[in-house]
Design a binder for this molecule. Structure first.
Ligand code: GLY
Length: 341
């Protein structure tokens, strides 16, 4: 097992890679714990912790709302939860985001931690202290920065993950490699079939290297004033595609990364050869690399991005695989690249 720490404003967060859900009791108080999980995860693991009260929510991006948060507040009140009550989110990005949001706001904040059950949440969503819910269909519109006390990344939990969800996690690993780590990128190229077969060593390296990259950046810029923006590579288009088409986050980010890489080529930063290496890697991980949807609708959604500043947006471009930079780009330029890619 490996441990990586993030020193946040609110507290230190320790991420345990290769730890088991079965050891959860080592990280939490012996009493006054409430687990928050979803229908799918509860089905597999509900018998592991009969001693703890559990709140179960539904699945899917559509339930990541203020209404779901309000339902959880209601259940916590009914359980007579106190400021000392420890909340543990066991699940993927949606469970972790909502649990972190509820824990940060209920009674002005209660302690919390995560057991991350999907690849996407192990490599990205559960790490870094962003918690929140969607609002009127817009991603993570309401939320807080607040670090969980711990994140347990248990590789065994990935065994029961539906393939489409697993592939979405690979998209975020590609993102980390592309923005920061050419060696991880080459490792992914050379170990694609092992990763798809869930080879434990390969997956643990994907998770470990992703968490090292993300935690290093978050330790320098927790509140996303500068460098953390790099972690949004592919996400400006990705969020707009996700909202418009309804395809899963990782698939939308995969297409978004292709657009961002295409813009990098157009600006004579990234070589054609590396652009095609990125597309090839995404295809090998069975991820989509082109948009089969009304482009104007995607642009209309993109114009409502919460990170937009007037006619411009902070956008992540690539100089090469492993070297990225944030630039202010005109929204109109993004419209052109979506038209020609
Ligand atoms: N997923 C991007 C970030 O956490 O900053």
């Amino acid at each position: 097992m490996k441990r990586i720490d993030i020193q946040g404003t609110t507290r230190r967060s320790s991420i345990y890679i290769g730890e088991s859900l079965k050891n959860l009791a080592r990280y939490i108080p012996s009493r006054d714990v409430v687990l928050i999980t979803d229908d799918r995860v509860s089905h597999y693991y509900k018998h592991d912790f009969p001693q703890f009260r559990t709140i179960t929510i539904g699945t899917g991006e559509r339930i990541k709302t203020m209404e779901t948060a309000a339902d959880i507040y209601q259940e916590l009140l009914a359980m007579n939860a106190q400021r000392s009550t420890f909340l543990v989110g066991i699940g993927g990005g949606i469970v972790c985001d909502i649990t972190g949001f509820v824990a940060s706001t209920f009674l002005r904040g209660v302690p919390f931690g995560f057991v991350s059950s999907t690849l996407l949440s192990q490599v990205d969503a559960s790490v870094g202290g962003k918690n929140g819910v969607n609002f009127q269909g817009f991603k993570n519109m309401v939320g807080v920065f607040n670090q969980p006390e711990f994140v347990i990344c248990d590789p065994d939990l990935l065994q029961t993950l539906p393939e489409r969800e697993l592939l979405c996690g690979f998209a975020e690993v590609v993102k980390h490699a592309v923005i920061e780590d050419p060696e991880l990128f080459a490792f992914m190229e050379n170990n694609t079939s092992e990763a798809l077969a869930l080879n434990r060593q390969v997956i643990e390296r994907f998770v470990h290297d992703s968490v090292v990259i993300k935690s290093t950046i978050v330790n320098r810029d927790e509140k996303e004033k500068g460098e953390r923006r790099k972690l949004n590579f592919g996400h400006t288009f990705g969020h707009a595609i996700e909202k418009t088409t309804g395809i899963p986050h990782g698939e939308a980010v995969s297409i978004g990364m292709v657009f961002a890489a295409a813009l990098s080529v157009r600006k004579a930063m990234l070589s054609e050869e590396e652009f095609h290496r990125i597309i090839r890697l995404l295809n090998n991980f069975k991820l989509p690399t082109s948009l089969d949807h009304d482009k104007q609708q995607v642009m209309d959604a993109l114009k409502k991005d919460k990170k937009r500043e007037g006619d411009h947006i902070h956008f992540v471009l690539l100089h090469r695989i492993g070297k990225s930079a944030v630039e202010k780009i005109a929204i109109s330029e993004l419209g052109r690249i979506i038209d020609i890619t």
